[in-house]
Every structure is written in structure tokens, then in C-alpha cells.
Design a protein around this ligand. Structure first.
Ligand code: ZN
Ligand code: ZN
Length: 146
């Protein structure tokens, strides 16, 4: 989403595109993985925004549907920009904490069955996976050394 679109989107929701909010959005769109409020705070440069402000702005961005909250079973939630046409899931390594995107969505294939069983119209879903990444799997590390 271009900066102008975001400004329009925010205006429609009667919230101003504050500098901090725009910068948080920009940081999230540039990130390869969902970020914690602390990581976002560390990446905010140039002006003084405290962590509480980061949390407040994340909540505001989430309320208007620009940001998605992701729970990877950590002590905090992570945040990701919602970009049109982009739908991803995440997989996290339980050894090193590395997070990767999973673009293949198995849930979409089950949508009909879920809707049929529940009578709900499925609008959104989330699925987070946990495992051990290739570099943390002992046998694969050995194989790479040869
Ligand atoms: Zn790992
Ligand atoms: Zn999905």
C-alpha cells in the first residue's frame, strides 16, 4: 500500500496519520518477519517515541485493519503489516527462534468444510507452526559440512 493510500485509509477511520504511526507502518512493511513492539521501538530513529506510544500506535493500526497481531507463544505479541493480496503463515524454530513465512495456505482448502460444519462464513484465520529449522537439525548440519 502506498503512503497516500494509507493516509486515505486512516482518514476514513478518522485517525490522523501521525509521523510515528507512519514510521511504524513503514518499518513493518520493510520487515521480513513479524516484529515485537520492542524491535519496532529499536528501529524507530530520529525522534523520541516511547515504548508505550509504540503499543498505542500498534493498537490503532490494528483497529483500522492495517496491522495484524501474531502470537508465536512468546511473552509478547508480534505485528505484521497487512498488505493487499498477501496472505502468509509463519513457522518458528523452537531452537534458535528463527521465523519464516509459509506462503502455502492449507486452511484455504479446508474453508468449505469448516463453513459447512460451522455454518459460519469464513473471513479470516491464523495458523502458526512450530518446529526445528534445517540448521538446527543435527543430521542436516553434518550433511552441509561435506
Ligand atoms: Zn533453528
Ligand atoms: Zn491461510
Amino acid at each position: 500500500m502506498a503512503a497516500m493510500d494509507i493516509a486515505n485509509h486512516l482518514r476514513r477511520h478518522k485517525k490522523s496519520l501521525t509521523r510515528a504511526r507512519a514510521e511504524i507502518w513503514h518499518i513493518l512493511t520493510q520487515s521480513e518477519k513479524p516484529l515485537s513492539p520492542d524491535e519496532i521501538h529499536r528501529r524507530l530513529t530520529g525522534h523520541k517515541v516511547d515504548l508505550a506510544t509504540v503499543y498505542r500506535n500498534l493498537r490503532a493500526l490494528k483497529d483500522i485493519g492495517l496491522v495484524r497481531e501474531i502470537d508465536l507463544r512468546e511473552a509478547f505479541k508480534r505485528y505484521e503489516a497487512i498488505l493487499p493480496g498477501q496472505h502468509v503463515h509463519h513457522i518458528m524454530c523452537q531452537v534458535c527462534g528463527r521465523i519464516e513465512k509459509v506462503r502455502h495456505c492449507v486452511v484455504q482448502n479446508m474453508a468449505n468444510a469448516i463453513q459447512k460444519e460451522s455454518g459460519f462464513t469464513l473471513k479470516d484465520h491464523s495458523l502458526e507452526c512450530f518446529g526445528i529449522c534445517p540448521s538446527c537439525q543435527p543430521h542436516k548440519t553434518k550433511a552441509q559440512g561435506t
